[in-house]
Design a protein around this ligand. Structure first.
Ligand code: 4FV
Length: 246
């Protein structure tokens, strides 16, 4: 998997991606990352990447040409075919583990990070396969959204996480919130570790963790429960959890 990010702030992207899991994955060559600055593809001496919006209104809009040429450069650089060009914007499809799992099957993701008020619509319609959104709020640039895509997709690449199991343990992986986690010390002024986790009975521990995941999803994100089909055992565990909390 390789990520090619189009951004006016290349260092911001390459720097933030150089830490932790993504940083190690890049070092180990499990994922590739390049950042392309549209300003390097401008044709005027002022290296202009934005201009005033037609129809008036506040702020500036990113011009088509520097973005088109930056995306072409990212494509030329990699003869990979199984790729998608994604524009990160509030008008996009909401990011989800399901969308990111699908994205992790591509060889290349070209992630276009907007700035200013947005990007000339002709570029999006002509050069982008999809628009993706972090959520229903506005941030100052698409870079943070691109970095979240890079981080979340990189975790799904085989061999990136110590044991691929842990990606499966991730919240939302099975459509449920995660169970609570504990580590030493066993006893503290702010509480003790639940006994079941100390008993070494893995079946009991697995059952407790699923019960907690179900209960927390039911109490915090009932919208997610509507999207999953629970097994009979999960149904029973959730009933048990609910009878215990009321
Ligand atoms: C955004 C989001 C987002 C809009 C104008 C950047 C900003 C500025 N991107 N999910 N929400 N982008 O707010 O992805 O260009």
């Amino acid at each position: 998997m390789r990520f090619d990010v189009i951004s006016l702030f290349p260092e911001m992207v390459s720097h933030a991606a150089s830490y932790g899991v993504t940083g190690r994955a890049i070092e180990r060559g499990l994922v590739g990352l390049s950042v392309w600055n549209p300003r390097d593809y401008t044709l005027d001496k002022h290296r202009t990447v934005d201009d005033r919006p037609y129809g008036g209104g506040p702020g500036m809009v990113m011009k088509c040409q520097p973005l088109l040429d930056a995306v072409d450069a990212a494509k030329q650089h990699n003869v990979l075919v199984n790729r998608k060009v994604i524009c990160l914007s509030p008008q996009g499809r909401l990011l989800s583990q399901e969308l990111l799992l699908d994205a992790s099957c591509y060889d290349q993701l070209i992630l276009v990070s907007g700035r200013y008020e947005g990007i000339d619509e002709r570029f999006i319609q002509h050069a982008c396969d999809e628009e993706w959104s972090l959520g229903d709020y506005v941030i100052s640039g698409g870079e943070l959204a691109a970095l979240i895509v890079i981080d979340a997709v990189t975790r799904l690449i085989p061999g990136v996480l110590g044991d691929d199991e842990s990606a499966k343990q991730d919240s939302h992986f099975d459509g449920l919130l995660d169970c609570p986690h504990y580590t030493r010390p066993e006893h503290s002024d702010i509480g003790d570790v639940p006994d079941v986790l100390l008993g070494g009975n893995h079946a009991d521990i697995k059952r407790w963790r699923m019960k907690q995941a179900l209960g927390r999803t039911w109490s915090r994100r009932p919208d997610m429960l509507e999207k999953v089909t629970l097994s009979a055992e999960q149904d029973a565990l959730l009933k048990e959890f609910r009878t215990e909390v009321v």
